[in-house]
Design a binder for this molecule. Structure first.
Ligand code: APR
Ligand code: PHB
Length: 401
């Protein structure tokens, strides 16, 4: 048998995405120590391009936690979005409707800031670990076995394990009575990151006969764009010229032009699904973020939900570990799931309203298409309906639902 190096911490965290990193930070502010284990390298995690919209409560939390210096300097505050359909452009004015906005700041920038904060605090993150095994989850002394980057087999003994290891991780599978509710959508998104100055100040969500398109950005020099494509589409079918042409068609509106520019990474296709795993707890294992739930990217809720989960989890673990009070951990799953289902509904609703659900243009789903257009017209013409979109998009206050 190989020798094992054994160490101890209070909270063993699997996964260094936004959920695991922020949990570690929030715990350390309460004097609780943790170790974060990550399968990938630091540079991989810091470069992984994902969505880039921060809800109002997310920004507030990052500020309270002392993590917002670069976000406040470089993030782009937006007071609304546009819905584009039937040849018209319609602005939803968040600032007017709900008095709040969103901030555009890439997820990998949040991850870089979180890693820097952990490193500055001298808190360990172990990158490039493999063969993670969770043990003793129904005892009060669980442990995490893993192989470190140098090949040694190690074990961390802890009070609690936090499963923050995303959709493909091991933690969700360690919950034996887990129930999965899910939905797959018959399309994917082709994601494009271009070195081209944005020509419009806010995001544009377009419903077009050819399918959905999204206009977004990362900085004053970089535009982020998406096209609805078949879920099994090969990005090689999409030449640069075809991509720009299709973006121009789907995003077309009076006075709108697109700046074209070289792609900063190879366009890739992401499938679209909704998934919720319940309960988010098994004994001393707690799930947070993508390990427990997936939303389609329409509405950009993924990272925001992960952050809301770990805020609740950090408070609940502090009650458990500092005051021996189990109330918080006993109700964590139920309380987290309320916000999760709100975001699941909102992302499903935005997805349903904005995408083309059939491939057959001649004999398409005329009923479904007419419902979409009716819903869009209602959303942009009724203040009550627009307010519903706005308050969900900017993010309901934590604990409000
Ligand atoms: N051991 C260690 N780490 C693992 C393992 C494992 N067995 N399996 C996965 N991981 C790591 C992944 O490499 C990843 O870095 O767990 C991390 C999970 O991070 P995310 O996928 O970013 O998930 P989360 O922190 O919950 O953040 C949710 O990320 O997927 C996006 O759009 C989603 O914005 C949302 C956010
Ligand atoms: C992005 O900028 O990547 C983005 C923005 C809004 C979304 C999804 C992705 O709904």
């Amino acid at each position: 048998m190989r020798t094992q190096v054994v160490s101890r911490t209070q909270v063993g965290i699997v996964g260094a995405g936004p959920a695991g990193l922020l949990l570690s930070h929030l715990l350390s502010r309460r004097g609780i120590d943790s170790v974060v284990l990550e399968a990938r390298s630091r540079s991989y995690v810091e470069q992984r391009v994902r969505a880039g919209v921060l809800e109002h409560p997310t920004v507030e939390l990052l500020r309270e936690a002392g993590l917002a210096a670069r976000l406040d300097a470089e993030g782009l505050p937006h007071g609304g979005i546009s819905l584009r359909f039937d040849g018209g452009d319609h602005r939803i004015d968040f600032a007017d409707l709900v008095g709040k906005g969103i901030t555009v700041y890439g997820q990998q920038e949040v991850v870089k800031d979180l890693i820097a904060a952990r490193v500055d605090a001298g808190e360990p993150i172990e990158f490039e670990v493999s063969d993670v095994v969770l043990d003793g989850l129904t005892t009060d002394a669980p442990s995490i076995g893993y192989t470190a980057a140098d090949g040694t087999r190690r074990r961390i003994e802890c009070d609690v394990v936090a499963g923050c290891d995303g959709f493909h991780g091991v933690s969700r599978r360690a919950v034996p009575d887990v129930r999965i509710a899910e939905r797959e959508y018959p399309f994917g998104w082709l994601g494009i990151l271009a070195k081209a100055a944005p020509t419009h100040d806010e995001l544009v969500y377009a419903n077009h006969d050819n399918g959905f398109a999204l206009y977004s950005m990362r900085s004053p020099e970089v535009t982020r764009l998406y096209l609805q494509v078949r879920p099994d589409a090969d990005p090689a079918e999409w030449s640069d010229a075809r991509i720009w042409d299709e973006l121009g068609t789907r995003l077309q509106a009076d006075g709108f032009t697109l700046n074209e520019g070289p792609f900063l990474e190879r366009p890739s296709v992401t499938g679209m699904r909704s998934m919720v795993a319940e309960p988010m707890r098994h004994g001393r294992l707690f799930l947070a973020g993508d390990a427990a739930h997936i939303v389609p990217p329409t509405g950009a809720k993924g990272m925001n939900l992960a952050i809301a989960d770990v805020r609740l989890l950090a408070d609940s673990l502090a009650d458990l570990l500092l005051h021996r009070d189990e109330t918080g951990v006993d109700t964590y799953s139920e309380r987290a799931l309320r916000r999760i289902w709100r975001a699941e509904h909102f992302s499903w609703w935005m997805t349903s309203m904005l995408h083309r659900f059939d491939d057959d243009h001649a004999n398409g789903d005329a009923f479904g298409r007419a419902l979409q257009l009716s819903q869009l017209r209602y959303t942009v013409s009724s203040r009550a309906a627009a307010t519903g979109l706005a308050e969900n998009y900017v993010g309901l206050p934590h604990g409000a639902v």
